[in-house]
Ligand binder design. Structure first.
Ligand code: DC
Length: 218
């Protein structure tokens, strides 16, 4: 499952994994936790030390869709990695080739170990597992995605204003889709789903239909 933020990708991916009895991997959380390690080390995300610090971060990614934990040196950082500091810095850290190489290798290990898995990110179908039996790319207009992001932030108790969220969504889209290594784009064989006018339930129904059609559930 690839696509920019605010498409409902996380909600849909977790629910799909639960419905199918599959594991779940949030690769964005891995880049976020590595970014948190950089910030905690007092290193600027664009400083030359950012790459080595992010690579050395002791990350553990849980793959249970009902409780997908992410740990940094043993500490659950699931809430902290969604905060504004990490969100601002994550594009710079995730654009570093050495960081991506290490993350992709870890992701492939976790995927190989699972007996069926839903993986969400930006480059899963294009780079991490080009052989995946089902690739979906979720999109939505930036206005709709910013509105969803804002709601999510408010639910998590973070006060945000709409213009800032929209500017942030656009900035991250630009950085994520223009970086040199693994820019955000749909794999040529991905199924593109525009979620502007689709509820989470409708997207999930469509995905379950595809999963069954391809014989991917036991
Ligand atoms: O999905 P998210 O917003 O939690 O992702 C955070 C950042 O991580 C996003 O701005 C781009 C980066 N990312 C990436 O480069 N590759 C992935 N597979 C997943 C996320």
């Amino acid at each position: 499952m690839d696509g920019p933020s605010g498409t409902g990708k996380s909600t849909v991916s977790r629910r799909l994994a639960r419905e199918c009895g599959a594991a779940y991997l949030d690769t964005g959380a891995m880049y976020r936790a590595a970014t948190l390690a950089v910030l905690r080390a007092g290193v600027a995300p664009d400083a030359p030390e950012a790459g080595p610090v992010a690579v050395a971060a002791e990350l553990e990614s849980g793959t249970d869709p009902s409780d997908p934990t992410i740990r940094l040196a043993g500490e659950d950082v699931g809430a902290e990695i969604r905060g504004p500091e990490v969100t601002r810095a994550v594009s710079a850290v995730s654009a570093l080739p050495e960081v991506r190489a290490v993350m992709v290798a870890r992701q492939r290990e976790l995927i190989a170990r699972a007996d069926g898995i839903v993986v969400e990110g930006r480059d899963i179908g294009s780079v991490v597992v080009p052989e995946a039996p089902l690739k979906v790319y979720l999109t939505a207009s930036d206005a709709v995605r910013a509105e969803r992001r804002g709601k999510q932030d408010r639910r998590a108790g973070r006060e945000v204003d709409a213009a800032t969220v929209l500017a942030d969504v656009r900035r991250r889209d630009r950085l994520d889709s223009t970086r040199k290594v693994s820019p955000l784009h749909a794999a040529p064989d991905a199924l593109v789903l525009d979620t502007d006018d689709l509820s989470v339930d409708a997207v999930l129904d469509e995905l379950l239909r595809l999963v069954r059609e391809r014989g991917l559930v036991r």
